[in-house]
Design a protein around this ligand. Structure first.
Ligand code: BG6
Length: 485
């Protein structure tokens, strides 16, 4: 077995825990199949799947086929039989040490290395790692990826991180935040750092505020127990939204590599000012209609009363020179009117308008980065409405629009997990979250939760299909801002 701790190796074994779970069915198996179809997996890569269910390999391949046929478009499947032939299945109860012996036998001796993916409940991370260590699967030629949630607060996250660190050094730990695998999220870096015109303006002198919205139409989606324990703040803001904020606010890294990018992100996360209670709003949806369909309230879906928030809005501040006095408004909710993730950068007004005497009003420029479902970048610029001078000058904002799928129509739009799985196999950590980032994220989130606990207030209610409680509108309006809707 080749053991080289410094050079990333391309794994020839992938070991997937939680292989029968929801994420595996919807994302991981389809992503692996799509990578295989595009010839991006080495011929000798074998995939060992495991979970508690008592399948044999044939039974699991059948299960995997059904998942792929359901969640991967036919045009991206390639030869499904060839892909399925890569897979073996070993049932393992993560809590029973004996199960790992059989697993180690099936994994065998990788020629180059092993990539492990834990897509299980975090409570199983520790026993799983102990089991892997006992059978010798945590050596220098294996690396491990961990799915969220990485803890429920700073203390539990540190506990998980410590347990993983006892068996793997940081350079072999891959913490997943699937937002970092999204094409448009990476495009944010291209926009900022591959163009000359934004960076000189990307600061408090020229930017008035930033809005980050992650709006979802879905409700609990059967994840009753998990969601009611987590809530919107921990489910989405702690990870995905803070990563988006960090990418928007970070200083230019010196290169696109894992250390340089993550060094810059963590500085932003550590510069987040503790928010005051008046800078947060939490909400919980009540029965309403989304997309013309009647939907029940959160309490009805849950079957009991609860103080868990399904909506959160926060006015955040990054305390450094670049962002002095520029609020970052974050907003996320379930059962909102549309599914839309976007970042809006609102520039300041021009210092002096030469058109004012002619009756023309100018509006500040806005850069709108649509992350999903539409991937587009739109820069709103002021333009003259055609007409003669005798009528005065009229100006109107018009968008310079780039729809990414049109600009790159020949390119396949990939699932975020395709990129993340491939990076895991090849050992590139750039799009994975480092321990110091996760811990800085939790520190900020814990302080918000402590404020909420002290206030003892319940979340404000909002009607499903609306943009959240009116207090969220008021939060923005107090700063002279309107949410982009
Ligand atoms: C997950 C959250 O991390 O992200 C879910 O647990 C949420 O609640 C999902 O629905 C959103 O992901 P995406 O890629 O659909 O925006």
């Amino acid at each position: 077995m080749v053991t080289n701790e410094t050079e990333p190796f391309a794994a020839d074994r992938l070991l997937l825990f939680g292989a029968t779970g929801d994420l595996s069915q919807r994302m991981l198996l389809p992503s692996l199949c799509a990578l295989d179809a595009d010839g991006l997996l080495a011929d000798d890569l074998r995939i060992v799947c495991t979970a508690r269910s008592e399948h044999d390999t044939q039974g699991f391949r059948h299960f995997a086929r059904e998942a792929i046929e359901k969640f991967l478009p036919a045009g991206r499947r390639g030869s499904l039989a060839t892909f399925l032939n890569r897979i073996e299945y070993v049932p393992v109860d993560a809590l029973t040490p004996e199960g790992y012996d059989e697993l180690a036998k099936v994994v065998g001796e990788p020629a180059r290395g092993l990539a492990i993916f834990l897509s299980t409940a975090p409570s199983l991370f520790e026993p799983t790692i102990a089991g892997l260590e006992r059978v010798g699967l945590t050596g220098g030629n294996s690396r491990i990826a961990l799915e969220k949630p990485l803890g429920t607060d700073l203390a539990s996250s540190c506990e998980i991180n410590d347990a993983v660190a006892a068996a793997f050094p940081e350079r072999r730990i891959f913490r997943i935040d699937h937002y970092l695998g999204k094409e448009t999220v990476q495009n944010l870096l291209a926009l900022r750092f591959a163009n000359i015109m934004f960076e000189p303006l990307w600061n408090a002198e020229h930017i008035d505020h930033v809005q980050i919205t992650v709006a979802e139409t879905v409700g609990l989606e059967g994840r009753v127990a998990f969601y009611d324990d987590a809530g919107a703040l921990r489910d989405m803001v702690q990870n995905h939204m803070l990563q988006l904020l960090a990418l928007v606010a970070m200083e230019p890294p010196s290169s696109f590599d894992s250390t340089a990018v993550r060094d810059e992100k963590v500085k932003v996360l550590r510069a987040l000012r503790r928010v005051e209670e008046s800078e947060t709003v939490r909400g919980q949806y009540r029965a309403g209609a989304v997309g013309g369909e009647a939907v029940p309230g959160y309490d009805e879906e849950l079957g009991k009363d609860s103080d868990t928030e399904t909506f959160v809005a926060i006015k955040a501040h990054v305390d450094n020179w670049r962002w002095k006095g520029v609020p970052f408004y974050l907003r996320h909710g379930k059962r909102l009117p549309k599914r839309r993730t976007e970042i809006l950068v609102q520039f300041r007004c021009i210092p002096h308008s030469i058109f004012e005497g002619r009756g023309a009003r100018t509006e500040p420029n806005r850069l709108l980065i649509g992350i999903q479902p539409e991937e587009n970048i739109s820069l709103q610029v002021m333009a003259k409405v055609p007409g003669l001078a005798s009528e005065g000058v009229r100006l109107r904002p018009v968008p310079l629009d780039i729809a990414m799928p049109d600009a790159f129509s020949e390119k396949t739009r990939r699932i975020a997990y395709e990129r993340l799985l491939l990076d895991l196999i090849h050992g590139d950590q750039t799009l994975f979250v480092r321990r110091d980032e996760v811990e800085a994220q939790w520190e900020w989130i814990d302080a918000i939760r402590a404020l909420w606990a002290d206030s003892g207030e319940s979340p404000k209610t909002y009607t499903a299909g609306s943009w959240g409680p009116s207090a969220a509108v008021a939060l923005a309006e107090r700063g002279g801002v309107s949410w982009n809707e």
